[in-house]
Structures are given as C-alpha cells and as structure tokens.
Design a protein around this ligand. Sequence first.
Ligand code: ADP
Length: 760
Amino acid sequence: MVNIKTEENPSGLKDLDEQPIHILSQIQPHGVLLVLEEPSLRILQVSSNVESILGISTEIILHKYLEDLLDPFQMERIEIGLKQDSLDFINPTKIWIRIKGDDYVIFDGIFHRNSSGYLILELEPTTSQESIPFLSFYHLAKISINQLESSSSLIDFCQIIVQEVRKITGFDRVMLYKFDLDGHGEVIAEEKREEMEPYLGLHYPASDIPKPARKMFSSNWIRLIPDAATELVQLFPEINPISHQPTDLTYSILRSASPCHLQYLHNMGVGSSLTISLIKEGKLWGLIACHHLTPKYVSYELRKACEFLGRVIFSELSEREDTEDYDYRIQLNQIQSALIDAMSQAENFIDGLTQHQPNLLDLTSAQGAAIYFGGKFTLVGETPPETDLILLVQWLQKQNQKEVFYTNSLPKLYSDAQGFKAIGSGLLAISISHKNYVIWFRPEVIQTVKWGGNPHQAFETSQAEGQVLLSPRKSFEQWKETLRLQSLPWKQVEIQAALELRKTLINIVLKQADELAQLAHDLELSNSDLKKFAYVASHDLQEPLNQVVNYVQLLEMRYHQALDDDAKQFINYAVEGVSLMQTLIDDILAYSKVDMQRIEFQFTEVQTALDRALINLRKRIAENQATITYDPMPNVLGDGTQLMQLFQNLIANAIKFRSAKSPEIHIGVKRIEEAWLFSVEDNGIGIDLQFAERIFIIFQRLHTRDEYPGTGMGLAICKKIIECHRGKIWVESKLGQGSTFYFTIPVGGREGERRNGRKI
Ligand code: ADP
C-alpha cells in the first residue's frame, strides 16, 4: 500500500503515476543483491538477507571485496567477463560461495551496470532441474513457429504464444494482454487450469499498470515475482555511500515490485507472477502475464528462454499484424489514385473528391465528410449541419494540430458534439492550408465492455493515523460497462491515407496559387499595355486632332468668302466630329486612370466627395432646376477623388436622363452588415431592365447622341471605381418612373479585404 499525506493529495490516485519504483531500495528475498564499485569490486551495498542466505553479517561483508567471497578461479573468469562489451556473455555465471567448512551454496550470478555506472551482482538460487538444454529449447521454438505458420489470425497466434509459455513454465494461468491506445488492457488470449475462472475478453483499466511500471516493463522485458506474499528485504545501507543517492535498480531482476502491485496480485489471489513485455516499435504493445496460485520460482535460464520465445513469436506476430492491414492499405492506395485521377479531370479538386465513385468517404471508411475551403463547405454523406460545422472548424483551429487531428470520441473533447453524436462521434481532420480542412465523421457505436472489476474503483482508500492508504481494488468480479459517445477507432492506415491526401491537396492548392499569381502577372502586363495605349491616345492622338481642328478652322477663316453654305456646314461637322473624338479620348483616359494601384485608401468623408461633385455640377443643376437631397454621409475607407467622380457621373446622368418633370434626386445611405449601401435615386425616364447590365459596359448607351449627348463611358467608369473599392454596383428601375443606382463599399475597406486573404 502507498502512504500518501492527506493535505497534499486529496485523491491520492495521481501519485501512483509518479511513484519512482526503480529507486525503491528493496528487493525480493529469494536472492542476494550486491552493489559493487569498479574496478576494485568493493562491496558498497548489500541486501540485508545476506546473513540468512550466506551466513555473513552485513557489517562484515561491507568491508569486503568480491574476491574475499569467491575463489580465485571464479574471480578470474568473472574479471575476464566484466571486460567484455556485453555482460550477456557471463550471464548467468554459476557462483559457489562457501558457507562453512566444505558447504557451498550455488547461485546463478547475474551482473549488470546501472545508470550511474555501479556494478550490480544478483545471486539467485540455482534450481538445476528446471534448466532446459539449448537443443530442446530450439526444438520447442521450432514447433511453435511451425504452428504459427499454419494459423491465420492474430488471435490464433496469441493463443499459441500463451500455450507454449504455459507448457514450458507450468504456470497456472498465462494471459496475453494487448494495450489499447488509451492505455487500458484487454486479455486477448489465455491458457489456464481448467477449474479456474476465465479472464479472456476482460478489460483492465490503464491505472492497473501505472506509468512508472509501464516504463519499467519497457526497459526490463522480463519480471519475476516468485512469492507475492513474502516480506521484502532492504538494501544496506539504504543509500549508496559514494553517490549519496538511492541506487537505480531499473534493470535488477530481484528488485521488488511496487507495494501497490504486490497488493494488487494479492487481491487477485495470485501467489507468484512472471511478466514478459511485448514491445513493438519501441512501445509497450502488450504483456504476457503468467500467474500461479502459490509461490513459484522460475530459473534465470528458463525465464530467458521464455523471453526469447516471446520475442521470436511476437516478431512474427507483429509482422502478421502489419500484414493484416496490408490488403486494406492496398485498397486505400487504389482509392487514393482514383481520387487523384478524378481531381485532375474535374473542374476543381472539390468536385473530384465528391462527385465520383469512389469518393472521399471511401478513403477512410467514414459515413460523412465535409470540405471547408475558401469559406465554403462541401458536404458528402451524413454530416452535422453547417451551423455546427462552422463552430467545429473554429474549435479545430484552436487545437493547433498542424497536419492531422483525430479522435473516436469527439463529444468527450468537444461537448457541442453531443448534439450530433449519432453522426459525428468520431472525427478525423486534415488541414490543407491556412484555415481550410477536410473532415471525416463516424457515427456513435454503443459497445459493451467487460471489465475485470469496476474500472472506476480501481483503487480504494482508507484513512489511518491522518494518512490516506491507497490500495488496489479487492474485487475483480466482472463488471459490464456500456460505452457511449464513441465511434469505431480510426485505423493507422486510414490516418495515413488521410495524410497522403493532404499532401496531394496541398500541392494542388499551391499549384492553383501559382496559377493565380501567373494570371495576376499576365493581367498586370496587359494592364500596363492598356495604360501605354491610353497615354498614346491622350497625347499622341490629341496632337494630330488639334492639327485637324486648327487647319479646318484656318480654312474657314481664310476662305470664308469662297466657301458656299454647304462647305461651311461640312467644316462644322468636321469640327464637331473632332471634338467628340477628343471627349472620347478624355473619357478613355479617365477610365484608364481608375487604377487600383493609384488609389490612396484612407478614411474619407463621403460628404466632402459629394459636395465637390455637386459644385462641379452646379451649372447643370441650376439650368435643370434640379432638387438634390441626401442622407448624412458616413466616412469610409476609400479614395476621395474617385468617390467624387462616381457621384458626379451618377448625378449628371440623373439630370441628363430627366423626364418632363423637374429632376428630384436623393442620395441615400444605410449600413448593411459589413458594407455601406449607397443609392442615387431620380425621377427621370427610367431604364428598361433588360439593359440593366449592358449600360455598365464601355461605350454602351441606350440612346442616340442626338437624343442625349454622351460617350457611354460614365457608368463603365463608375463600375471600375466601385470594383476598386471591392464593392458592387447595380441599377433598379422602371421605364418612365425613374431609376435608382445602388453601390456598396465594404466598411473595412482595403484592410477588410486583406483580412479575407485576398490580394488587391
Ligand atoms: P452616357 O451617359 O455617356 O450615355 P453612361 O455610361 O453614363 O453613358 O450611361 C449609359 C447609358 O445608361 C446611358 O446612355 C443611358 O441610356 C443609361 N442611363 C444611365 N443613367 C441613367 C439614368 N439615370 N436614367 C436613365 N437612363 C440612364
């Protein structure tokens, strides 16, 4: 039992995970442990049972060297062995120690060096009858392996392991535990005495094997507790006299199990135990646990044989486990190729993933999937509704998992998922680029698990003398639990397939970004061509035009008398034509000047822009006796000059396309979500709505110049200005009843656009 102070540790349970069991300076009493200083082999510490086993008192032995205990012949062998790279060559060494007279005790001596470099010699009594000759052991291993080859399933494999281990060790019960991802263990194979209650299929909570014990199992592949009920013996002195630290006994074979573990075995009715670790890729995959009802000693050689057998068979087994997934992996690879094919043929990758068979769902055996890309969801199969998905994506972003995130119990991590547990208890998500995800869902699968005792009461506490005594549960009676809010777990191959898809998608997205950048570059080039053209049109074309006007007017002045009325009229037409052409050129120039890069986005008072436009138009307003009213104008992020031009064009049109009534024009504004919505409303002739789009195209007009003068550039310029401000422009009208031109300007202006990740 573990004594834990109440005030520091109300629950007590956590401490179990932190108990440093490797430095407990206690060992099991069936052998003797000596801590030696090298190279002198002076005895620094000794287990206090030395007196009862060797008949030498601890005080006396602590002044001795190893050579004082052994004869020179043995010492010579040991000294040679200790110089070898691996101590495996001398382990075990038969060691004779004279007790008195000609009485010798024979031990299996096992040496190792601990983390601080001290040599540790452990003496275990030799039980010669149990040692198995190499050849018969080889024979045994061969039979087992032959059997393995003919069995097909993983479970059959495990069954053979427990059978063989029981056969050679003679334990009452041999079980094979496999650990789940969450650390709890399940008995997947068992071989036992017939009358014993079966444990096969039972689950044991992760806390049954606390963290330090797991660590020990990973570094120490075989552990024997020959008598779980025995009194432990202390090292003497308790602290290493040179380092003044407890001696690290991680690799000691005699080291005592933690008191709590001994209690656990006792509560289970186990008299002795042997545990063999099964390690896969550096992690504790499972354990072979051998239990005997009474104390049982297994010789070092036999233990090593079991360890070897366990390792050989387990390496076969883990290979078989990998190949079990092999066929599935091949199948997923084929689906992956089909998806890549579909993506390359589809208009965009999302269609490729969702519109064909096989689709995204097949890649991970999911029931539903959602692609979140560019702020939009595309859904396949059974998924939570978009309103839930938006919040889920925000939660995922906070998890800070770079490539992949998966769980088979989302509601336990994210409580909102309880609302869609039937569809999304399992989640697997990959991030494709900043804030974009592919998410797969699996439904809840309600399972019944048989536990070897109530897992929620794995430990019991009792109060004694102001301390909490913590001990493992006494009852190992079967306890059934219904597991909810869980899906079937995601297999490693499925997670791998999702990661492969992620790589492909990232490449596609990057390629698209490259193509967009190329497109932007091309556009920039053609824009600059257009600018050059505008420059040529304004300067170089103006020049000859002026020349034409000048000479035609000179002609008229000089030869006024000689010209008849027709000739004078022709000259007038020519001058008018040239002046229209000059206006057209000016308008093209004005259009080409509306250029994103030249806009100075800053907080602009819209009122000022409107006032300037009204000043420019004051003559026309007065001539037409137009009434102009407006709402209070906001400040926006934008370019004041362009806004002035925008208002000027729209108000000029409202006056120009007036009806018989005197023009009444209202400029309105209101806030809609993230934008300002402006309107310019008139009571003019109106527009047939079938032309509503056309009028915004350059040079498009609905009337002849005789009816209404103009070039057809005004609204095209307005549209370009609004596009530069990332807004929209449109018209609503009824022929004969006036028109309203609407346009929006985002509240955040250019900054808002940056936040949305678009390049401007
Ligand atoms: P312009 O005014 O030089 O003709 P615009 O591009 O400004 O060129 O307008 C295109 C056409 O849209 C106009 O020719 C006219 O037919 C129609 N239009 C524009 N504004 C109005 C309005 N307020 N009322 C009626 N029609 C309009």
